[in-house]
Write a protein that binds this ligand. Structure first.
Ligand code: SF4
Ligand code: SF4
Ligand code: FES
Length: 259
């Protein structure tokens, strides 16, 4: 395996500010950006802060921006770039920096807490609950989410607009709203909450979130747009939704009761 010297430009700093710093690090063909940063850390900058765990694209913790694009450090191959190119690595812009490439993503956990969880209806007579594979297929795609929050980082509604954050849950959570709304055994109606408190109406379906999702989830087409349609059904024709769920759902997080 042949090696070369990679030019890396890395944001160094903390909550009080920082700047880009230039480094040259030895790398090998086939490595990923996280390998280069680890070698940099091991040989030149022992105090470089990077968050990572699995190095397999599954824990969602190594999210950062590479040449300005939100990406996982462990899934971005050096071979995606010319060997002579300088690779610039910066922390996710939508979240406050803790140090270097590590950001404080607690905004997302706060939004998760605001989202009412699954509420199952009564069990069958034999004490079991049943659902058919065909009924869970749509929601299953959304369960691939690794909570990397790259979609949240790229969404223009909050990326440069801190003031929008209180009113906007973001694509990762629209995904969750859609997943629960499509859940065959869930009894709650979160559509008014999705539109109101979670700010679904602020999304103008630019699809930027879908473009950066490392799991390839079609966030906009398969979750956000159907969720927007379901919200409209509720506003203008509640019978459309009731037709699917009649007798099952009763709780409405907008304070109204539909069945
Ligand atoms: S489609 Fe909506 S949620 Fe996704 S990035 Fe665009 S505005 Fe944000
Ligand atoms: S939907 Fe995709 S981009 Fe968003 S948090 Fe989940 S895995 Fe990451
Ligand atoms: S280290 Fe787990 S997704 Fe990159």
């Amino acid at each position: 395996m042949s090696g070369y010297e990679l030019k890396l430009r890395v944001w160094r700093g903390d909550r009080d500010g920082g700047d880009l710093a230039d480094y040259t690090v030895d790398v090998s063909e086939g490595e990923v950006v996280l390998d280069a940063l680890h070698r940099l850390q091991a040989t030149q900058t022992g105090d470089l802060a990077i968050r990572w765990n699995c190095k397999a694209g599954k824990c969602g913790s190594c999210s950062a921006e590479i040449n300005g694009r939100p990406r996982l450090l462990c899934m971005t191959r050096l071979s995606d770039f010319e060997p002579t190119e300088t690779i610039t690595v910066t922390p996710m812009r939508a979240f406050p920096v803790i140090r270097d490439l590590v950001t404080d993503v607690s905004f997302n956990y706060e939004k998760a807490k605001e989202l009412p969880g699954v509420e199952l209806g009564p069990r069958d007579a034999d004490g079991k609950r049943r659902m058919a594979q065909v009924d869970i297929e749509r929601g299953q795609e959304f369960r691939k989410c690794i909570e990397c929050f790259l979609c949240q980082d790229t969404c223009h509604v909050v990326r440069d607009h801190e003031d929008n954050k209180p009113a906007f849950a973001g694509p990762r959570f629209f995904l969750r709203y859609a997943e629960l709304d499509m859940h065959p055994l869930d009894t709650a109606d979160r559509r008014a909450r999705a539109q109101g408190a979670a700010g679904l109406g602020m999304c103008n379906i630019t699809k930027c979130c879908t473009e950066v999702c490392p799991e390839g989830i079609k966030i906009t087409d398969n979750a956000i747009i159907p969720m927007k349609e379901r919200v409209v059904d509720r506003k203008y024709d509640p019978l459309v939704w009731l037709g699917n769920k009649i007798g099952l759902r009763s709780k409405d997080y907008d304070g109204r009761t539909e069945v």
